[in-house]
Design a protein around this ligand. Structure first.
Ligand SMILES: [Zn+2]
Length: 335
């Protein structure tokens, strides 16, 4: 299987984060990539390639130009500077001024765990390049393809970063594929992909399906509820299945399959884009489900059995030592 990854993605180094007032070593670290790569290389069944740079039009198809220009401007920071947004506009009806410097980054941000540094933009663009290259490969060959994306993307909206995400990798892949036919995004990350949902909320070309920890008690808290079904033309093209944390893996997989069956009765996708969040793994520090490699293999088999070309995009997963084993088990289903 082709895997797209660029070493530039490792240059984005996050030191710490504050969650509910407590300081932690940042969970989104480059060791995540290294562990996955180690396992995929050892398996010798994966062809790891550096993706070409992606056309800016593919990024602007899902993100606001002002937002991308803002992210790009972070390259002006010194190596030591880190921008932590801490003030946010709370009434978007006001004529809030767009930020002129990264110091008013809260304009484009929704949480406090996602800092910006001088390498953030190039790392995020490299990550998105992998997603775009994977989608292109799927389009050209019909074979499943995996983008080892990092930073992740599914929390990034068209003009908002947060949740460790800056550019929405899965949305770029889905938007590109949607030029050729309807796309189903399957997001199994432990956290609701609020960014992806918002980007396609009024679309009937891209169906967003997410199964995740119940947002009434889990990040990102303000979206991911079952009643969010889309708006306008997109009404009926968004399905959220919030699950109580600590649910057993068998029950989780049952809910996952039930959700898919519901969708496929009324939506026939030509392509599938999968936001693969391995923070649903047993023992993950940021998730509370309990999937093991066997369950990831079953999850992969279920998606493969739909018989559609699949673009697989890495999202979360923070149990670094087990990440590669879990990713390998999942990808094995597509070989
Ligand atoms: Zn997550």
């Amino acid at each position: 299987m082709k895997v797209f990854y660029n070493p530039v993605q490792k240059t984005h180094i996050l030191t710490h984060e504050i969650i509910a007032g407590k300081r932690y070593r940042h969970h989104e670290k480059k060791a995540r990539l290294e562990n996955i790569l180690k396992h995929l290389r050892a398996a010798k069944r994966f062809d790891v390639c550096i993706p070409d740079a992606l056309p800016i039009e593919a990024v602007l198809a899902v993100h606001d130009e002002g937002y991308i220009r803002f992210l790009e401007s972070s390259q002006m920071l010194s190596k030591e500077e880190v921008i932590w947004p801490y003030t946010f506009p709370n009434d978007r009806r006001l004529s809030i001024r767009e930020p002129v410097t990264v110091f008013t980054a809260g304009y484009y941000c929704f949480d406090v765990g996602t800092p910006i540094m001088s390498d953030t933009y190039i790392a995020a663009m490299a990550s998105a390049s992998g997603a775009y290259a994977a989608a292109r490969h799927v389009l050209e060959t019909g074979e499943a393809c995996y983008a080892l994306a990092r930073p992740p993307g599914h929390h990034a909206a068209s003009a908002l970063f947060g949740g460790y995400c800056y550019i929405n990798n899965a949305a770029i892949a889905a938007k590109y594929l949607s030029q050729k036919g309807r796309v189903l995004i399957i997001d199994f990350d432990f956290h609701h992909g609020n960014g992806t949902q918002s980007i396609f909320y009024n679309s009937n070309e891209v169906f967003y399906y997410s199964i995740h920890g119940d947002p009434s008690i889990e990040y990102p808290y303000f979206s991911g509820f079952a009643e969010e079904k889309g708006i306008g033309e997109g009404l009926g093209f968004n399905l959220n299945i919030p699950i109580e944390p600590m649910v057993g893996a068998a029950e989780y997989l049952g809910e996952f399959k039930e959700g898919l069956n519901q969708i496929l009765k009324r939506f026939d996708p030509k392509y599938i884009v999968c936001s693969c969040g391995f923070d649903v793994a047993e023992g993950d520090p940021l998730g509370h489900f309990a999937l093991t490699p066997e369950h990831f293999y079953e999850l992969g088999t279920t998606i493969k059995s739909l018989g559609k070309p699949v673009t697989l995009i890495q999202e979360g997963g923070y149990l670094v030592d087990r990440l590669g084993v879990n990713v390998h088990a999942f990808l094995s289903a597509f070989l």
